[in-house]
Design a protein. Sequence first.
Length: 428
Amino acid sequence: MIAPSFLLASTILGCSRPDYGMSTLDLELELTSPEYGVFLGDEAAIVAGRVSPAGAKLQVDGEPVQFGEGGTFEVSLPMDGLDYRMIEVEATLGEQRQRVRVPVFSGHDPLLNWPGAATARLTTTGLDRLGETLGAVIDASGWDTQIMDAIPTVDTDYVDFYPLEVAHQPTVVLLSPDESGIAAQLLVDDVSLELEVNAFDGLVVVPISIGFDQVTLDALVQLDLDADDMLSLVISQASLDLGAAEFDFGGLDGTVLELVVDAINGVVEPLADLLLEYLLDQYGVVEVGGPLAFQTDLLGTSLAASVADLHTDVEGIGAGLGIGINEPAPTGSLAVPVPGEADGADGAQATLAVHEGLFQLLLSDSLVGLLGDLDLSGTYGALLGGFVTALPGGDQAPDDGWCIDIDPGTAMVVRRGPFKELKSLKPA
């Protein structure tokens, strides 16, 4: 995982620019290299230019530099592992002074290999948390009441059965992914079906109970993303195991008990098939929704995104997102690899891989425009103006009428930095 950082070269100017009566300077400083905001790859920065007249003094990053005939100079400055460097060239002649500041960057322009994509993964830890949520959602759906309605009333010549209640412990959902899909297992402990027995036209009316230590539903869940970017969960290979049933006949014995046992077998034997048929009918295909694509305006920049890939493997669910900035979102194979579980912090529920070019695009298209429109006047301008006047030479600044104008430069680069663990955001 990476933490983005960025450098924005800008100039803060006072909105009031008084004339202090300075005469035209004879000192001249021309910088021919490096180019403003250039990317150097693995090379050093070559600082070159010309200064005049011959009596001038020259410094590059605070170090004196001798210039040759005609005032030309050239200095090599290594980057020494820095992401960026602000090179300052200053020439002086008596009281005259000229300064040029040029930002340079190591590596290459992030926009040159921006793949138009981001990828993400829901890890096995995230699937565990999802299973907990699904268990709560299943219980809140009232499935037990719905199943009660699906159990038929048994009516024989001598004995009638009426379902009364289904009781159970909270549903546990276990999700285990692999390349074929997600193996889902639903476990429900201490399931009991309460019935009322009416024998011999009301002569004998007693409650009985059919109990199961654990009911287990196993199924394969597959992700289906159709041509309209609508996501569905398709459930197949389902099986339901009720285990051994335990009966409480409420003290019945003799002939009545025999009649009840015969009738109860007619309920229990098809119960698993009945429940499985009901569940597959209700939840065989779950439409999650969509489309998993959108287009919006982000601070004046057109942003489009669509899911180009969705798959499962032993590390969870992987997804690829095509991203288009001021153009349609790309589809098909993506150049950004899906992160693995090992790419995230311990206990991470999800990981995200984002190319630094995305931040570069957003910075240059949107954020800098906001800075250019920033108007800090009134109290805020006075506070910042007070800060400026406190600087060396600030006594020459205007006494009042201050506002702040931020004039962004053209060197705007987002670079990836080392990952920093945010301990406060780690799951408990």
